[in-house]
Write a protein that binds this ligand. Sequence first.
Ligand code: UTP
Length: 294
Amino acid sequence: MTQVKTAVFPVAGLGTRFLPATKAMPKVLLPIVDRPLIQYAVDEAAAAGIENLVFVTGRGNSALEDYFDVSFELEATLRAKGQSDIAASLEGLRRGPGQIAYVRQIDPLGLGHAVWCARNTIGDAPFAVLLADELILSDVPDLTTMLEVHAEHGGNVVLVDEVARSRTGSYGIITPGETHNGVIEVTDIVEKPNPEHAPSNLAVIGRYILDPSIMAMLETTETGAGGEIELTDALLASIGTVPFHAVRTTGDRFDCGSKTGFVDATIHAALGRSDMRSHVQGTIDRLANHSTDS
Ligand code: UTP
C-alpha cells in the first residue's frame, strides 16, 4: 500500500458567511486566538506524518503564501529588538524547500472541483484532504486513525461525526454498513439531504483520504445539489470501484465556517490557555450574570 505523504488544503471558497472579514483575506487565516485556522490543519497533517502540502487557492489568497514564506524584515526587526524567541517561533512555521505547492482554482466551482485542480500535483498516489475551517482538536489526530484504516483497506476513507437531524442539510451524509472495530463500511453517500431524506445523522466533516482514481471520477462529475461540483458525488461514483470506509472523530470539533462555531472555538481555545483562562472565564461569568439580571 502506498504511504500517504501529501495533503490537499482547498482554501479557494468565497467565505461569504464571514464577509466583510474575508473580503481581503482568506477565511483560513482568521485566527483562533493567535493561530490561524490553517496552522491548526497543517499541524494536524504534520502530526499524522504528512510531508507535502498542496494549497488550492483562489482570489485574494496571496496572504496565505506570505504566511508560509520567510518574513525577513519582520524576523530581523524582532531579533534587533531582542525578541529572538518570537522570531524563532516564526521560523518554525516554515516548511522545507519544495514541500509546499500552490495550485489555482480560478473559479470557485465547488469542493470537488478544487480537489480536481490539484490532479497534476497529486499524480497517482493516494492523498489526504483537510478542510481547515473544520477545526478538530484531539490528542491523537483523527487523520492518524484514518491513515491506519487506509493502510489496511485502501480506497477512500472519510471522517464522520453525529450531527443533529436538523443539520443534515449542511453536510454530506453517509449510509453506514457493517462496522468492525470502529471502521464503518460506507454503502451510500448523499450531499446535503433534507432531514426527512437523510439516510443517517453521520456527517462527513472535512477530513478525507482519497484514492487517486477520485480524480477521474471528478473529471466527469456534473454540477450537484448546491450548483457546485461536489466531492460527495465523486465519492458516490467510486463506491464499488474502490473500498469506502468512515471513522468517527474522537476530537472536539468546531465548524469554523460558521460564525457560532468560530466563536465556540475561540472561547474553547482561550479557556484552554493558562495565560488567558481566568480572564476569559471572568468575562463569561460577568456577562452571564448581566444577562440573568436584565
Ligand atoms: P464552504 O462550503 O465552507 O464554502 O467550503 P466557503 O466559500 O469556504 O464559505 P461560504 O459557504 O461561502 O461561507 C468548504 C471548503 O472548501 C473550500 C473552501 O475554501 C472551504 O475550505 N472550497 C469551496 C474551495 O476551495 N473551492 C470551492 O469552489 C468551494
